[in-house]
Design a protein around this ligand. Sequence first.
Ligand code: KG4
Ligand code: ZN
Length: 352
Amino acid sequence: MRVLGLETTCDETAAAVVRLKPDGSGEILADEVMSQIAAHAAYGGVVPEIAARAHVEVLDLLIARALEKSGVKASELDGVAAAAGPGLIGGVLVGLSAAKGVAVAAGKPFLAVNHLEGHALIPRLDGRLAFPYLLLLASGGHTQILAVEGVGEYVRLGATMDDAIGEAFDKTAKLLGLGYPGGPAVEAAARDGDMERFALPRPLLGRPNADFSLSGLKTAVRHAAMSAAPLTARDVNDLCASFQAAVVDVIEDRLRVALGLYRQRGGSAKALVLAGGVAANAAIRAAVSRFAHSSGLPMIAPPVRLCTDNGAMIAWAGIEKLRLGRTDDLAAPARARWPLDPKAERARNNKA
Ligand code: KG4
Ligand code: ZN
């Protein structure tokens, strides 16, 4: 089984071809990613209209390249998948329309993949991670802890009430003049910093629910930066290290509560999994790994290249759906919002 996957929900344009091997694992035959970082850098964040146009400009080329590198012709594909949301709607429409076009032209099944499901399922690519598992999904737009029971079966145990963790990294970087995207820049600066220099808050620490709140931490970084101004390179490193240490503490505490809630309900996760762009962070990977082992669970995180947005995760999620016979209609809409656990979303809205 071979599936083409397209990703255009944010600022990476990506096309990949993944093959399902007889042993149940996946092999990435081609994985083309073109980042739009340069196009957005001047604005300190992603500009939706620029993103959508940039996807239009390069997607055809990336699809052609992915097919060529994989040695698979469109007529030899078993399915064509695209991230149908959640994300910036202009970009989502570009990838979704292109995938539908290829599917129709080649006469192949079409798969509308939830971008978050791509992050949630790519850790299964090596064929060794079985359901159910506990997942911390942390990216630029989302932060949630989910019980992953199966393909399409997600129970949300907690989520951020304000900023996503990746967003907090991005905003901290912007504030400190480290540019965009912020995660890798903050992590690099933190490596040379003193994490005990600034006493920053650990929001929601010890709370009995597994939610996150990052906006207070972000504000505390701003105040600390203002009182230390003018900032030297050393100040910036220390602020980054102190910020990252606070995030690490919060993640560990929230995971502890989530695992407790999950086990109380009789859940029997086989692993603790970390996914999404933030999972590229070595300090966070190490902390989650420590916590997992202390809880008697193996910790699994995809290779760094598969943590940030890519086409392979969309192709793989497409394979996971296709092998269950869950193909989609060509009328499948582009969705700006698309929760993995609609029940949790409804409960949250009712509360608000
Ligand atoms: O999953 P992703 O590529 O795109 C979204 O779906 O949002 O995640 C991007 C986010 C950005 O906020 C970026 O700053 C963050 O992941 N990120 C990191 C690191 N690499 C990427 N955050 C912390 N440390 C990193 N090394
Ligand atoms: Zn993502």
